[in-house]
Design a protein around this ligand. Structure first.
Ligand code: FAD
Length: 302
């Protein structure tokens, strides 16, 4: 047993700790080498404890939600992946138009909960496969909506492992980013404010959004959604298509023909294939348009 394993076996409940875990099982890309430790917290106390022990022992750690915006490299992650998902997914109505959701709640479940209570605004989240924690971190959005427009405040652990409640205006929300990664925050949950609406209208809006996704996105193959951020006044997918890269393949990684902004894992892609394809696309688009695409997906590991 390694030192790391004996440390985690001593301090944590064995039902929450897993060793040498292939990360392809925890990412929507279905790619990635092994994490030394995967930890599934059930509570804020669990998160505080794992952070404290990791920091004390100089063990690197990284938070994930559903791993739907994430590429883990082929040699894995030499530390602890803390997965905040189903184990911390409580959601409640706190007043007639306010909802509190823990960070492990699925973003689609939040959207469905709003529908159930005839609250409108979060329909755009239908079909975004991440968690509330991931959506806050990334300021997830679609179809003109962004999570930041509905957040009142966010419960976090700061870089000193202390609880804070941050006002929405102090979260540094910008297009597909926030202060979370930069400041090493851990998102624990968020309060949302919505408007009252008609159940049937909200439902119809959600149906249309899901239909649009089905028609425009390659949902039948593993990916991490849009690989690149939208450049100012343009669309990454459009630029990639105009460079003639639809279907372009390196190893098992391929530019989707249906939506050129998506890189797909055709079955046996390595992270290395995806990284090479990302570089290739960036170069081609730069040469043709003098625009430098910036990856939206997070990349971790060795
Ligand atoms: C088919 C498909 C369609 C998609 N469509 C969209 C879309 O329309 N719009 C959009 O914005 N995105 C989209 N995405 C991307 C992705 O679903 C979102 O970015 C989502 O918000 C990521 O959530 P996650 O829980 O999977 O985060 P992860 O991928 O697990 O993590 C993403 C980042 O968030 C951080 N993070 C996650 N949880 C926490 C937490 N609790 N505390 C601190 N940091 C945390 C991670 O460290 C990482 O930096 C799509 C992805 C796929 C596969």
């Amino acid at each position: 047993m390694s030192k790391l394993q004996s440390l985690f076996s001593t301090y944590f409940d064995e039902s929450q700790v897993y060793f040498d875990v292939p990360m392809y099982k925890h990412t929507s890309f279905r790619i990635g080498g092994e994490a030394k430790v995967l930890y599934l917290p059930n509570s804020i106390e669990d998160i505080k404890k794992v952070i404290e022990i990791s920091q004390k022992n100089s063990i690197p750690y990284y938070i994930i939600g559903n791993g739907t915006n994430l590429l883990v490299k082929d040699n894995g992650f030499d530390g602890v992946i803390i997965k905040i998902a189903k184990n911390m997914n409580s959601i409640k109505l706190v007043s007639d138009n306010k909802i509190y959701a823990q960070s492990g709640t699925s973003f689609s479940a939040l959207s469905n909960f709003a529908l159930k209570n005839s609250l409108k605004g979060l329909e755009f989240a239908s079909g975004i496969p991440g968690t509330v924690g991931g959506a806050v971190t990334m300021n997830a959005g679609a179809h003109g909506g962004e999570i930041k427009d509905f957040v009142i405040n966010v419960d976090i652990l700061n870089s000193n492992n202390e609880f804070e409640n941050k006002d929405c205006n102090d979260m540094g929300f910008v297009y597909r980013n926030s202060n979370v990664s930069k400041e090493n925050y851990i998102v624990l949950g968020a309060n949302f404010i919505l408007e009252h609406g008609k159940y049937e209208d909200i439902m119809e809006n959600m149906k249309q959004i899901i239909l649009k996704r089905k028609n425009s996105q390659p949902l039948d193959m593993p990916s991490a959604g849009s690989t690149f951020k939208r450049p100012p006044n343009n669309f990454a997918g459009k630029l990639i298509m105009e460079c003639g890269l639809a279907g372009y393949t390196i190893g098992g990684a391929k530019v989707s023909e249906k939506h050129c902004g998506f890189i797909l894992n055709t079955g046996n892609a390595k992270a290395e294939d995806v990284l090479k394809l990302i570089d290739y696309i960036i170069n081609k688009v730069e040469q043709k348009y003098n625009i430098t695409l910036e990856p939206e997906i997070k990349i971790i590991g060795r």
